[in-house]
Unconditional design. Structure first.
Length: 266
């Protein structure tokens, strides 16, 4: 399996704080069954900007320590790029790290509360450059929970979606869990990532959520989102996509205590 979203590079963002913590996270992901991890530190416009050179330098240190620790996991470069109006220009100038440094797919993050008015324009401009945007953890954005139909519009335009694995376990709340399940049922998830920032407290971390993914999409779908799609992405190949996307569930309803209920569509 290939994890396309993790914060394992020490000291670069709000992820691992030390090399020791990095190795513990990597070992947990290995135990869950991951063979390749793409390190995706947050990249922000402004003072805290991380250049591709910054990412690659720390990546080499991590690779060396992972090998020395005897952990048989391949670490690849990437970034989680926070959206801003001039993102396409930055990509054109080589200032943004693509996934696997392959120059084809860019992991993009949105604000958690509202979808910026320039989002569609940025997606379009990236695609004009030959880059395919992969939207990180769409199930966690309140704007998409409120208006999940936008996911269909974006999918039809070639935008891809990456699920945060632990959304299925309720880590980010019932609304994120609901939308994660809906997107999986609707074949709207193309990749899965751990989004690991810290050492997980539970034994067998991620295993239950991986079982949930397989239970929803089946053996074949599981292989696509965990292995074949990430492999094609790293090879710079285009993914085969559906042309008639639809949401395979109705909008959630609130129970008296405020929890979300999932009602499956026809």
């Amino acid at each position: 399996m290939i994890d396309i979203h993790s914060h394992i590079l020490p000291g670069l963002d709000d992820g691992a704080k030390s090399m020791e913590e990095t190795l513990k996270i990597v070992r947990q992901l290995q135990e869950a069954g991951f063979k390749k991890l793409i390190a995706t530190p947050h990249v922000l416009e402004g003072r805290e900007y991380l250049s591709p050179a910054d990412i690659l330098a720390t990546l080499e240190q991590v690779r060396e320590q992972v090998a020395r620790a005897g952990i048989s996991v391949e670490i690849l470069p990437g970034a989680e790029n926070y959206i801003f109006p001039d993102m396409a220009q930055w990509a054109r100038d080589g200032k943004l790290m693509t996934l696997g440094n392959a120059g084809k797919y860019l992991l993009v993050e949105l604000p958690m509360l509202d979808i910026p008015h320039y989002t569609d324009q940025v997606f379009f401009e990236l695609q004009v450059l030959g880059l395919t945007p992969i939207l990180a953890h769409p199930e966690r954005y309140r704007g998409l929970v409120a208006e999940p139909e936008r996911l269909i519009e974006w999918a039809k335009k070639g935008i891809l979606f990456q699920l945060d694995l632990r959304s299925l376990g309720g880590k980010y709340g019932p609304q994120a869990k609901w939308l994660a399940e809906v997107m999986l049922q609707s074949d709207l998830i193309h990749f899965v990532g751990s989004d690991a920032h810290r050492v997980a407290r539970s034994e067998g971390a991620y295993v239950e959520e991986l079982r949930s993914v397989k239970g929803i999409v089946g053996e074949g779908g599981f292989g696509e989102v965990m292995v074949s799609n990430p492999r094609m992405m790293l090879d710079g190949k285009a993914l085969l996509q559906e042309s008639n996307y639809c949401l395979n569930a109705v909008r959630p309803k609130k129970r008296k205590r405020g929890f979300w209920s999932l009602f499956r569509g026809k």
